[in-house]
Design a protein around this ligand. Structure first.
Ligand code: 3PG
Length: 189
């Protein structure tokens, strides 16, 4: 089944998702060159800076055709509309409301809603979501939370982010209910 407009394919192809906040569009070219040189084929650009939209537009222009440009930190439907007009490749939100999930579903763009608690996971399941960002992973309980959620929510695969780094990500990625991981440590601008 094609959950969340096909997000599974992107997550399977990208086990490590760089989460990047650009403070200027001048940082974009070098970051993309570095990622492509390291065989990374996606980026999640956060909406945490004034330069974010310019950086997203530039990224879409310069990347190779199979490189996926995602937008993260989505917290409202207006931002999703803007992502549609920029033809971005995937959407990520730190949390999820019914309204936000509906909008992301209607966009036709692959999307990854964020969750942290059991009730949020149940709400996402009710919307037929199966792939969820577990954020903030470190505050949710880290590896212990991932292991507990495996038996409680066997249908869900997580992409944990928040507090992951070069030293701990492999153990997290090795969990059966983890499809990929993300974080800022992968690409520093
Ligand atoms: C995210 O948006 O996924 C997180 O802010 C990444 O957190 P990190 O800086 O701990 O990797």
């Amino acid at each position: 089944m094609n959950y969340q407009n096909g997000i599974e394919e992107i997550l399977l192809a990208n086990k490590k998702i760089p989460v990047v906040t650009f403070n200027s569009k001048d940082q974009v070219k070098l970051a993309i060159e570095q990622l492509e040189a390291a065989s990374v084929t996606c980026i999640e650009i956060t909406l945490r800076s004034d330069a974010a939209w310019e950086a997203i537009a530039l990224c879409k222009k310069i990347v190779k055709p199979d490189f996926k440009v995602g937008v993260g930190t989505l917290v409202n439907v207006e931002q999703v509309s803007r992502c549609i007009s920029l033809d971005v490749d995937f959407l990520v939100s730190p949390g999820a409301t019914s309204m936000l999930i509906d909008k992301m579903q209607m966009s036709g763009i692959p999307y990854l809603p964020g969750v942290m608690t059991p009730s949020e996971i149940i709400s996402a399941l009710e919307k037929d979501c199966r792939f969820l960002k577990l954020f903030p992973f470190n505050l949710a309980g880290g590896l212990a939370a991932v292991k507990t959620y495996a038996s409680v929510f066997p249908k869900i695969k997580f992409c944990p982010t928040g507090g992951l780094n070069e030293k701990n990500y492999e153990e997290v990625l090795a969990q059966n209910n983890v499809i990929s991981v993300g974080g800022t440590w992968i690409c520093e601008v």
